[in-house]
Design a protein around this ligand. Sequence first.
Ligand code: FAD
Length: 466
Amino acid sequence: MSNSKLKQDLIKLLGKEKVLSQDLDLLYYSYDSSFLTKLEPARPDAVVFPKSTEDVQKVVSYAYQNRINIIPRGAGTGETGGCIAIQGGIVLDLSTWKEIIEIDVNNMQVIVSPGVVHAELNDELAKFNLFFPPDPGSSKMCTVGGMVANNASGLRAVKYWATEPYILGLEVVMPNGDIIVTGGMKARCIKNVSGINLTKLLVGSEGILGVVTKIRLRCFPKPRARGIAMAVFDQLDDAPATVMEVYQAGILPSGIEILDSSAIMAVNDFKPEIKLPDAEAILLFEVDGNPPSVEYEGQVIQEVAGRRARSVEWATDPQRMVQLWEGRSVTAAAAARVRPDGSRIFAGEDISVPISRVADTLRALRKLAEEHGIQIVNYGHIGDGNVHTAPVINPEIPEEVEKVMGFVHDVHLLAIEMNGSTTGEHGVGVVRKVYAELEHGPAVEYMRKIKEAFDPAGIMNPGKVF
Ligand SMILES: Cc1cc2nc3c(=O)[nH]c(=O)nc-3n(C[C@H](O)[C@H](O)[C@H](O)COP(=O)(O)OP(=O)(O)OC[C@H]3O[C@@H](n4cnc5c(N)ncnc54)[C@H](O)[C@@H]3O)c2cc1C
């Protein structure tokens, strides 16, 4: 079908103001935050801005009849090319459909449309002393729909885990235009084991099984107190050992972050006034809860970490907490500056390994970087084994791009070798689908069968995940 016919049809369905098809407008939609789309941007044939389930249904039904691909998109902060029309088609930009439909305080849940931004939702929930705990670093930009599709999480996954356990039900426009509600048509309960759990199947399915148009999610009471501990280590292995000893002491912090020597150096170069101690590793513990429990947990962490660390500092004063955490807050930006002519790229940045193998993984990453001649900065969510590696290259130099792609491939193989996963939170999208068989074996065939059952015409976000 010609682009002008497609545009006319979409305007007939939704009205002119909800359709984009000018070349220049479409260019923006060739990218997300992945390095892949910097190398290979892919322009969609059209972009639409649905503002209701009916809008989504109209477009999906039309696409189904005409065998046109549909690509759901939130804020485009994904790191994997997941929302890119790599095989052409219509992008459904859901980021302008931001409606907090109902905050059901008594039942500790909220119903939202997919374009609501994570931080904005938590600002509203805070008025009722509630919060939605998963906390991606992109909180101020990413949509709840994108978080559902990618099962996003963040540094508090140690205690609060990822998006999935909070999703009680979804409204989904299926690839043939049908509308289903998972988790019970009329349900407002929190506990529910009725039927095959389609909600769980859809969360993390990266937009390849349907378009999420409504989300019913569970909220938690907002913790009233917080504390931060910083522990400084001369030996890398002492950092993961301390994490395990803190757990064994009966403490579950809300977050435990690691900066290795490469990250410490990057932060000190970027902002010397932060003055991170020169060390092999720094651990940052975050504890939350009620004031007496936070104090108690802080005491235990100081005592346990003090056995191996050169120094430990504990703070509950808001200003001091910000200072202790500042090194971690600026790590991503600092990584981008370690080479004046370089930029930090998002590729191979999200491996997940067993906590007991984090130190080995960090050493292996340094060795791989040396072998490939790539500069890297390492940090991550050590409390759950999610290691973020930031390769820094000059992306305008083809030889550097070639070298880094070799490095990234080895990083993904390393993750599987370490009994881990190629992705702890960012997802598979286009960039990691080649590892599906290696990581999951024959299970991939059953993933394909599920995809075919949901989407026999193969129009829903094709070319992603496997
Ligand atoms: C600076 C930065 C920090 C980040 N930090 C984190 C982090 O700490 N933790 C983490 O998990 N991620 C992180 N990310 C990655 C990203 O923000 C998350 O994956 C986020 O959930 C993507 O949301 P989005 O709205 O931008 O989705 P998009 O990038 O637009 O889309 C992501 C995927 O979701 C699908 N999708 C979007 N909306 C729908 C819908 N309504 N129905 C069906 N499918 C849909 C798309 O097709 C695509 O496959 C970070 C990204 C950046 C740029």
